[in-house]
Design a protein around this ligand. Sequence first.
Ligand SMILES: Nc1ncnc2c1ncn2[C@@H]1O[C@H](COP(=O)(O)OP(=O)(O)O)[C@@H](O)[C@H]1O
Ligand SMILES: [Mg+2]
Length: 295
Amino acid sequence: MLMPHRTNMQSQLLKKSNSSKPVQVIAVTSGKGGVGKTNVSANLATAMVANGKNVLLLDADMGLANIDVMLGLRPTYNLSHVISGEQSLTDVIVEAQCGLKIIPAASGIKQMTDLSPVQHAGLIHAFSELEDDIDVLLVDTAAGISDSVISFCQAAQEVLVVVCDEPASLIDAFALIKVLNRDNGVQRFHILANKTNSSQEGRDIYSKLLNVADRYLDITADYLGAIPYDDYLKKSVKQQRPVVDAYPRSRSAIAFKNLAQKADKWPRLDSPGGHLEFFVERLIRSNHSESEFHK
Ligand SMILES: Nc1ncnc2c1ncn2[C@@H]1O[C@H](COP(=O)(O)OP(=O)(O)O)[C@@H](O)[C@H]1O
Ligand SMILES: [Mg+2]
């Protein structure tokens, strides 16, 4: 990967960042919509908060502002107000009852490529100014294989692919993994089966995906387990609460808590690249190389 020369501002950020601990950035994606990304993001994030982690959830679905609806929040500001310089990141972050912090989707901005260099610098600065010691940044991506989804996955350290037992979900998940791997150098994936009727079904979904992926791609993809199909989850969606909060003993809630424990064991990047502002830098850089590539 190309590393551009650091500007003075970036070097200053690097110095400042070394004092705080690295942030684990996890992108939640799926290819197809309606597979359960937003529910997985909100519940995994809430379960991590319950484990004592300081979690920031970025709603990167610019089309549908999902997270705030799912959690019954009515944010006044979003990331676009940070980009325009009207608000600081701290003012934009809303906190759910459980303590989970959310950056609402920047409606009106299609992708980071639309931003000017000054706006880019402002965004990196905004993230570097965040005084909170964030442990985990979870990114709920949009459906499809847009430049924006690719950029978020490429900039994250971990890519969690949600799949369910439908041909369209499997095909779209494979197509996304292929583009991320072949064209964008992403090699490590985590596969999560959702809406399963048995644990065997979850393992079968994983095997189907891996059989094809192994034949055509050079990736490692581990199986994270399955979130069962659960009517309590549907109920919780109607109540605008995460199922781990509303029905903590339900089957899906227990599966989400197990998932949070698994993710907690992933090794952390102990390098300057693990800090939040560098995630934003990678995000912006990946967008630039893409737009140059497409010229
Ligand atoms: N484990 C599950 N059990 C039952 N229904 C589910 C489950 N996961 C998701 N759903 C249903 O699927 C719908 C879409 O989920 P959502 O998280 O919004 O998907 P995405 O973000 O991928 O578009 C939810 O509103 C819910 O009704
Ligand atoms: Mg969604």
